[in-house]
Design a protein around this ligand. Structure first.
Ligand SMILES: [Zn+2]
Length: 322
């Protein structure tokens, strides 16, 4: 059976063999080497070659999603904390080592592709996917085509300006959505609110503050009606809903898919976002757009990068046939 390898690079890297319909046949998770770009690339090559060699299927191509800017020439331009990686031609090195065609893309684009081809956005032609986790990423499909922009960097949803808190962002700017609504920043805002108000010291979240407070704790407390947790969820939804309203007003998409670890744990957040989205959107555009949760969970990236590799390969074969 023909198959494809999908790779989703993050703090943990997932590598999977995926069939043509997007079903995962086998996979492994590894702790990513994050010391320097060279070591990370060597690790990726080693792991992909090893998985290809043990796979019982005929692997035809490899797709890799990376948490940074990947340009249309398949060069990684920015990977946070690993600046030396932009000097490495990852695609050529991996293709030579594994003797297969390889494509690279931004990890959120890969997840968008997965949800679009095999998940919650199947059959949609105009959609935006947004992933909320340690960072906030996104991907755009318009007129049945992934939109990559002039150099391949489109979809940096996390760096839309919400402008209420002028906090420094990892992108070099200030006031980005990611600085208030990513997983770690949701937790940071909850902690700050606990320390700022004596009332909130009685919150169920305050009792957890000596331990590692997580987004799951906040969601759980909100479900139990904790006032502080509700305020954190509501303000997070306000930031996200406002930013999504801008996207809907701009692109008239039929579907917005919300994924990533923060969304996986929180249906309450989705409901609040829907309210703010309604308030912020042009009513006609809101009425023809659905807001849904992603359906592939943390498999979206590996499935998407594998199916993207499959589609790229068949495009190339069609072009070769003329
Ligand atoms: Zn930013």
């Amino acid at each position: 059976m023909d198959a494809y390898i999908g790779v989703d690079v993050g703090r943990t890297t997932r590598i999977a063999v995926v069939d043509a319909s997007g079903r995962i046949l086998s996979q492994r998770r590894i702790n990513t080497v994050l010391t320097d770009g060279r070591s990370l690339v060597d690790q990726l090559i080693r792991e992909v070659v090893a998985l290809k060699n043990v796979s019982q299927q005929t692997v035809l191509a490899v797709g890799v999603g990376l948490p940074g800017l990947v340009d249309i020439d398949q060069q990684v331009q920015i990977l946070p904390n690993l600046p030396d990686i932009s000097a490495i031609d990852i695609r050529s090195e991996l293709a030579a080592a594994v003797s297969l065609p390889v494509i690279l893309d931004n990890d959120a684009n890969a997840a968008t592709y997965g949800e679009w081809k095999c998940g919650a956005a199947k059959n949609a032609n105009n959609l935006v996917y947004i992933s909320i986790g340690t960072g906030i990423g996104g991907g755009i499909v318009l007129g049945g085509k992934m939109q990559r922009g002039a150099r391949g960097y489109a979809g940096e949803f996390g760096h839309m300006k919400v402008g209420l808190q002028e906090l420094d962002c990892s992108c070099g700017s200030v006031g980005c959505l990611e600085t208030v609504a990513s997983g770690p920043n949701i937790v940071r805002r909850a902690r700050e609110m606990i320390f700022e108000s004596p009332t909130y010291m009685r919150s169920v979240l305050a009792s957890k503050i000596s331990k590692r407070l997580t987004c799951e704790d906040i969601v759980e407390a909100a479900m139990q009606g904790d006032e502080l947790a509700m305020r954190v969820i509501s303000s997070t939804a306000n930031y996200l809903g406002t930013a999504i309203a801008n996207v809907i007003n701009l692109f008239n998409v039929e579907l917005v898919v919300l994924g990533g670890p923060v969304m996986t744990t929180s249906t309450i957040l989705l409901e609040y976002i829907r309210e703010y989205l309604k308030q912020g959107s042009f009513p006609k555009l809101y009425d023809c757009c659905k807001l849904v949760a992603a359906s592939l969970g943390d498999n979206a990236g590996v499935i998407g990068s594998a199916i993207m590799a499959q589609d790229r390969l068949s495009e190339q074969r069609m072009a070769a046939r003329g």
